[in-house]
Design a protein around this ligand. Structure first.
Ligand code: NDP
Length: 281
């Protein structure tokens, strides 16, 4: 079965829209500030999509499109202002930043309560403790895809391929929280195919087109493909989608699988941040 991320993300956005409308009745407008520095074309598209999603879900958005020449000090000072502005509930600085700005300093500057990307070490730590309230968007989206497709996670062997701070490590934490038995693999892992043979659920976050092939996975495995690889204008996942036909029990397509979930979960974080900043209303 193909897991339809477009459909599931649409349902989540609808839920956020309804809840945000309820908050509006109480005089609260969940609002996201998006900061973009420079003219990176991919980042510009991401920012545009985030603003669009805000407008679809009753979330307010304010964007700051700053020139490439913006200094680190100027950016940190803007974040300070946004941190202190009560009308802003979420602060998102689009990465990557120009080379003269230290990304780590920027991530550390965002108030954890407003860190809707969940990159701040406080939120990363809370996630490890299973206590996070703002969750990393792509990993949380993966858990939603599994749950809303009726796939049991508890007690399952889950193998995550990739150990990045954005996808691999946090999705492993969330799967563990859902009581899966989690194996994390990476480029130095020996005998990946053997490990995958034991996996009921595979999350592929590698960044290599069609890397996971039919013979690597066991019959009936659930495959979540996070990869986005553009080759000759076409998008490919990290999994050989066509090759897995008839072998996987559930699989996410690329595009239309994990991708749309990331923005939906960002909207959910904005809503939750607003609620938490207003006495957990
Ligand atoms: P990174 O490049 O940060 O991490 C890739 C991971 O894959 C690393 O941990 C690396 O191991 C591992 N890896 C590389 N080669 C192998 C191999 N041969 N065998 C096993 N593991 C390997 O990428 P991200 O995690 O940021 O992203 C992964 C993919 O997901 C990309 O295609 C990206 O575009 C996509 N993505 C999609 C999102 C969405 O919304 N759908 C959101 C974020 C990312 P090591 O650590 O040893 O180098």
């Amino acid at each position: 079965m193909i897991i339809d991320g477009k459909k599931i993300s649409g349902i989540i956005k609808e839920e956020v829209k309804e809840e945000a409308a309820e908050l509006l009745k109480l005089g609260l407008k969940p609002t996201l500030a998006v900061v973009l520095v420079g003219l990176d074309p991919a980042s510009m598209v991401y920012v545009k999509n985030k603003k669009l999603a805000c407008s679809q879900t009753n979330i307010g958005s304010i964007s700051y499109e700053l020139p490439e020449s913006t200094t680190e000090e100027e950016l940190l000072s803007l974040i300070d202002n946004l941190n202190n502005d009560k009308s802003i509930n979420g602060v998102l600085v689009q990465l990557p930043l120009p080379a003269h700005i230290d990304e780590n300093k920027v991530i550390l500057k965002i108030k954890p309560e407003k860190d809707v990307d969940c990159f701040h070490p406080v939120n990363v730590g809370l996630l490890q403790m299973g206590a996070g309230s703002l969750l990393p968007c792509t990993p949380a989206g993966i858990i939603e895809l599994l749950k809303r497709s009726g796939i049991e996670i508890s007690g399952k062997n889950c193998t995550v391929v990739g150990r990045s701070n954005i996808v691999g490590k946090p999705v492993a934490s969330l799967l563990l929280k859902e009581n899966a038995t989690v194996t994390i693999t990476h480029s130095k892992t020996k005998n990946l195919s053997e490990i995958l043979q034991n996996a009921d659920i595979i999350v592929a976050a590698i960044g290599k087109a069609c890397f996971i092939t039919r013979e690597m996975v066991k019959e009936g495995a659930v495959i979540i493909d996070v990869g986005i690889n553009r080759i000759g204008g076409k998008l490919y996942g990290d999994v050989d989608f066509e090759g897995l036909e008839g072998k996987a029990s559930y699989i996410t397509p690329v595009p239309g699988g994990v991708g749309p979930m990331t923005i939906a979960m960002l909207m959910k974080n904005c809503l939750n941040a607003c609620k938490q900043q207003n006495n957990n209303i």
